[in-house]
Design a protein around this ligand. Sequence first.
Ligand SMILES: [Zn+2]
Length: 362
Amino acid sequence: MNGNILNLHYDCSPGQVLRDPEFFTKKVPYMKAAGVKTMWLCDLVYGRWYGTAEDISRAKKMLEEEGFDVQVITVPLGHGSNALNGNEPDPSLPADWKNRVDVNGNRMGTTTCIDDTVIKWYRDALEIHKELGFTQVFHDDDLRLGMFGPDLQGCFCDRCMNRFYQAYPQFDGMSRADIVRLGTPGSEVRDAWETIQCDSIRRFVRETTPEGMTPGVMVMHCGDRRHGIDIAGIRKDFPNALFRVGESHFHDGAVNHPLYPSALKRGISKHLALIGSVENAFSETTTYPVGALSPENLVKKMKVEIECGLRNIFLMGGNKFYTDDFWEALIAARSELEELAASTPLPVLDGTPIEDDFIWHG
Ligand SMILES: [Zn+2]
């Protein structure tokens, strides 16, 4: 990748491609005019296919005929809240999937513990995608074992507790609450607990990615080992892995917060330092719920992301297509954004970590 070139990405469902009567007459021209080059088809959500393999293959081919590169994006484990569109019921997990359990022993609805069943489901689904010709898969930012926030988290279900006790007999029998209470930064128990959680996600990525495909992990905003996300570990397993630096700020309230843009910049910079390359880093640039971030603020946020060194801008639409005003703002700003990308020096990524913690605000 030429580091000065801006690459725009967008996602949609196979159903939108196949059944939206305006998709090719209106939406494709919008996306092309805005500079979108790669389309990510979202068809695997919490253990459910959205479209048959034939639908997905047809949608892929139709988008390729329009000149897009086409890849796949999943929502693998569930967000623990209705994180789709606010007015839709939470999807229910397959009966044989187990919810994550919090530190108090409570089941967390619409989140998933990573176990053999989940791994097999995604391995089989992604094998089919490989056969359909996909070469990259991104997993949305629910590929984690904790909610947003600075606390030590993870899955505290009986199975995960037993894995922890077996791997670290010195902590056998330590209560869930004591793991968090005694797991202060730098402590042995914290490192052990984080390693168990991070190993779950590393195993998911290792065992679900078909040979020859490149995995991508959309790192949650301010996500790190506290949430089971070990960027360095995933890079060891897949040196070419893609990462989205999860920078949040999906609505005008967050963008108008006094800690913006310092929180956004810190989040991008900390993740970029761990990723080690601009080529493998992606933004998340979206409005959530739909329309909560104004088109003007979306473009302003893109400028901050470009200035921080991001050249892959992932315009995520959730499962609603951006409305016309967003595309018009993006098209109007395209030249300015491309010039900014061309003229802004890229950050030096020499492996030096950024020690300062993330800046937390909702
Ligand atoms: Zn568990």
